[in-house]
Design a protein around this ligand. Structure first.
Ligand code: FE2
Ligand code: FE2
Length: 227
């Protein structure tokens, strides 16, 4: 059995998976992530909430974009040379582009669903909290990841794994803290791009499992890069 187990496409008992998450410790966050999570709590409050999760989702796409951007940059560099591009390097870049695209699309669905739920519930953030502060955070996070990817890619994959581990736990705790979500039906136009769920609690747990998959994917890449 592979050490890297994915949940995507499997029919799972979401409540059992939630329990598994809650019984598993989070991956340790580095100083950058600790600063980011602290900033989140200061700006958006300590309690978990839909708008806080929405901002987390806005941010979550950026490491994947940074890998895609960095890998394209590497390909351009390799193919600007008159020397034959080393196949292993090219394949690594192609793999990172694929990883980046797949996860970005998935995070995008999370963001669309969270934003739609906020609208449906009449939750509105001010311009500063909805646009300005996330913009500053995303730019900072993008460039930190992009620089890490350029200097030593394994650093950026390890940091992303810890970010995703945090996100997985946040979702499972959010579902646990709101037993009323078990009976709340959920509807969104964006279910045309994402597996429809029976209740808001199941949607939150399913998104949490996607975050687990993202974490596992990053850990698998760390292992691959370290040989
Ligand atoms: Fe997400
Ligand atoms: Fe994620």
């Amino acid at each position: 059995m592979s050490a890297f187990e994915y949940t995507i496409g499997k029919t799972l008992n979401l409540k059992e998976e939630q329990e598994k998450t809650l019984q598993t410790p989070k991956l340790p966050a580095n100083i950058i992530l600790k600063g980011m999570f602290w900033t989140f709590d200061v700006l958006y409050g300590v309690p978990r909430s839909l708008p806080k999760i929405l901002v987390l989702e806005i941010l979550a796409r950026y490491p994947y974009w940074a890998w895609e951007n960095g890998a394209y940059h590497l390909l351009s560099k390799l193919y600007s040379s008159t020397e034959k591009a080393p196949q292993a390097e090219v394949e690594k870049a192609l793999r990172h582009i694929r990883m980046g695209r797949e996860a970005q699309d998935n995070e995008q669905c999370h963001m669309l669903l969270c934003a739609d739920l906020c609208h449906q519930k009449g939750i509105r953030l001010s311009w500063a909290y909805h646009f300005l502060l996330p913009k500053i955070m995303t730019l900072t996070y993008f460039w930190i990841t992009r620089i890490m990817y350029g200097v030593r890619p394994v650093w950026s994959f390890a940091m992303n794994a810890a970010f995703e581990s945090h996100a997985e736990h946040e979702y499972m705790l959010y579902a646990q803290e709101h037993p009323e979500f078990e009976h709340e039906a959920v509807e969104s136009v964006w279910f045309q791009y994402y597996p429809r769920q029976r209740s808001l609690a199941d949607l939150i747990r399913r998104i949490g499992l996607d975050e687990r998959d993202h974490m596992v994917h990053s850990l698998e890449e760390v292992k691959r890069l370290q040989g």
